[in-house]
Ligand binder design. Structure first.
Ligand code: BGP
Length: 475
C-alpha cells in the first residue's frame, strides 16, 4: 500500500460540537450548561472564576455560545455543504441539556429529541454517518450547582439515563458514539472539562480523580447500555492526544515525558483495557489521593470501548525541570516549547510526524481501531476584495497530517476515519472567539458576535472535496 492510500469505506468528514455551533441556547427547552456561563474575555479554559460568577449571567456580558453560528436553525444548509464536499461522516455532539434540561429529570425533553432526530435524518438523507459525542464540555449547570457535578456519584446514574435515552431515541440513525470529549481535559481544565468548582482549602487532585472515576464508570456503563440497545453500536473513548517528547535524551527528561503521557493516557488505559493501570497505585499514593469506589465498579469497567478516538493538533514536550514558568498551554495541556517544530499563531506546535508517532503508540498500547476525530489549524482568515478566502496554510497543515495518517495506516494500524475539527467555522473552545477559524466554510461572524452569519466556501473546501473524491490519493 502506498503511503497515501486509504482503505475502502474509510470515513471522511468533519467535526463540531453543540456548544460551539448550535447557539439557540435558550430555545427548544434547553437548560443552561457550563459553557453557557463563561463570558467572552474570561473564556480561557484554565481561567479560575468562582461559581457565583459562573451562575449569575450578566446582561452586559457577551456569551459566545448563546448564538454561536446558529447551526440550530441552519443545520440543513450546513449539512448540504458537508455533503457537497463528499462527507461520509459528520461528528457533532448532543447537548445533554437539550435532552434533560436540568440533568436530573426522569423524563426527557421531547423537543430536544426531535431536533437531533431531524439532524441525524438530514445526515442520513445525504448518506453521511453521524458520529455523536454525548458530552462535549457542556454539563447541565443545575448538576453543577445542585450536586457539584462529577465529584458526586449520582452523576453516574444521571448520565446513564441520558445515554440510554439517546441510544434508544436515535437507534438506527446513529451507530458511532463517543462518551466524553477529551476526557483527560478534566485534569487541566476541570470546569470546562467536568463542571468542577473547588471549595476553599480543598485538594483539587483528590476531587479531580474522584470525578474521573465517576466519569470512567459512567462511560463504561453507557458502553454497556449502548451494546444492549443495539449490538451494532460502536462506542469510543476520546483523548486529547499528542505524545510528549523528552526535551533531551537525559534519562530524567525521558522519565518526565513518560509520566506526562501517563497522566493523559490513564483515562484511555481504563476505558480501553478495562481496569486501572498498575502505575495508578503509586501515583495516587504520592499525591495523597484516595478514590472511593463502589462494589461492582471493577466489573463495570470491563465494558471496554470498541475503538479509540482522539484529537491531534500538536505534539508536546516535557522535561524534569518543567514548571509553570517555562511551559505554556497548547490545546490546554501544558507543554515546553519544542525548538524543532513550527508553531501556529496560538503557539500550538505543528508536527505531522508527531501524529504518526502518536497513532503508533496508541495502537501498540490498545490494539483497537483508531478514529482521528479532531485535527486542524486554527488561523485568522482574510477575505480578498473578490470575496474569496485563500487558505493555503490550512490546506498545507491538513495535507501533511493526512499524509502522516496514511503512513500510520501503512504501518498496519486500522483507522476507521478522519473528521477534521471545525469543518465550518465556529466558536473556539479556548478563546471563545470566532477569529480562530478551522473551517472549510467561512462564517460571517466576528469576536463581538457581529456579522450576517452567511456561509462562504473557502479554497480548502474544494481541496477537501478532491481529497475525499480520490479517497485520500489526491492530496
Ligand atoms: C479541542 C476541543 C474542541 C475544539 C478544539 C480546538 O480541545 O475538543 O472543542 O475547540 O480543541 O480548540 P480551540 O477551539 O481552542 O482552538
Amino acid at each position: 500500500m502506498s503511503a497515501t492510500q486509504f482503505p475502502d469505506g474509510f470515513l471522511w468528514g468533519g467535526a463540531l460540537a453543540a456548544n460551539q455551533a448550535e447557539g439557540a441556547s435558550f430555545e427548544g427547552g434547553k437548560g443552561l450548561t457550563t459553557v453557557d456561563v463563561i463570558p467572552h474575555g474570561t473564556h480561557r479554559l484554565a481561567v479560575k472564576v468562582g461559581l457565583e460568577k459562573r451562575v449569575a449571567l450578566r446582561e452586559d456580558e457577551f456569551y459566545p455560545s448563546h448564538q454561536a453560528i446558529d447551526f440550530y436553525h441552519r443545520y440543513k444548509d450546513d449539512i448540504a455543504l458537508m455533503a457537497e464536499m463528499g462527507f461520509t461522516v459528520f461528528r457533532t455532539s448532543i447537548a445533554w441539556s437539550r435532552i434533560y434540561p436540568n440533568g436530573d429529570e426522569l423524563e426527557p425533553n421531547e423537543a430536544g429529541i426531535a431536533f437531533y432526530r431531524d439532524l441525524f435524518n438530514e445526515c442520513k438523507k445525504h448518506n453521511i454517518e453521524p458520529l455523536v459525542t454525548l458530552c462535549h464540555f457542556d454539563v447541565p449547570m443545575h448538576l453543577v450547582t445542585e450536586y457539584g457535578s462529577w465529584r458526586n456519584r449520582k452523576m453516574v446514574a444521571f448520565f446513564a439515563r441520558y445515554a440510554r435515552t439517546c441510544f434508544e431515541a436515535f437507534d438506527g440513525l446513529v451507530k458511532y458514539w463517543l462518551t466524553f470529549n477529551e476526557i483527560n481535559i478534566l485534569l487541566a481544565s476541570p470546569f470546562s472539562g467536568a463542571g468542577l468548582v473547588f471549595e476553599e482549602g480543598e485538594d483539587p487532585s483528590q476531587v479531580k480523580y474522584q470525578a474521573a472515576h465517576h466519569e470512567l464508570v459512567a462511560s463504561a456503563l453507557a458502553t454497556k447500555i449502548a451494546h444492549e440497545v443495539n449490538a451494532e453500536n460502536q462506542v469510543g473513548c476520546m483523548l486529547a492526544g499528542g505524545n510528549f517528547y523528552p526535551r533531551t535524551c537525559k534519562p530524567e527528561d525521558v522519565w518526565a515525558a513518560l509520566e506526562k503521557d501517563r497522566e493523559n493516557l490513564f483515562f484511555i488505559d481504563v476505558q480501553a483495557r478495562g481496569a486501572y493501570p498498575s502505575y495508578t497505585r503509586r501515583l495516587f499514593a504520592e499525591k495523597g489521593i484516595s478514590v472511593k469506589m463502589e462494589e461492582g465498579d471493577g466489573e463495570l469497567l470491563k465494558n471496554t470501548v470498541d475503538f479509540v478516538s482522539f484529537s491531534y493538533y500538536a505534539s508536546r514536550c516535557a522535561s524534569a525541570d518543567m514548571n509553570e514558568n517555562n511551559s505554556s498551554a497548547a490545546n490546554v495541556v501544558k507543554s515546553l516549547k519544542n525548538p524543532h517544530v513550527q508553531v501556529s499563531d496560538w503557539g500550538w506546535g505543528i508536527d505531522p510526524l508527531g501524529l504518526r508517532i502518536t497513532m503508533n503508540m496508541m495502537y501498540d498500547r490498545y490494539q483497537k481501531p483508531l478514529f482521528l476525530v479532531e485535527n486542524g489549524l486554527g488561523a485568522k482568515d482574510e477575505i480578498t476584495p473578490e470575496g474569496e478566502i485563500v487558505d493555503d496554510y490550512r490546506i498545507s497543515y491538513l495535507r501533511e497530517h493526512i499524509k502522516a495518517m496514511g503512513e500510520a495506516i501503512a504501518d498496519g494500524i486500522p483507522v476507521i476515519g478522519y473528521t477534521s475539527w471545525g469543518c465550518i467555522d465556529l466558536v473556539s473552545a479556548s478563546t471563545g472567539e470566532m477569529s480562530k477559524r478551522y473551517g472549510f466554510v467561512y462564517v460571517d461572524r466576528d469576536d463581538q458576535g457581529q456579522g450576517t452569519l452567511a456561509r462562504t466556501r473557502k479554497k480548502s473546501f474544494y481541496w477537501y472535496q478532491k481529497v475525499i473524491a480520490s479517497n485520500g490519493a489526491d492530496l
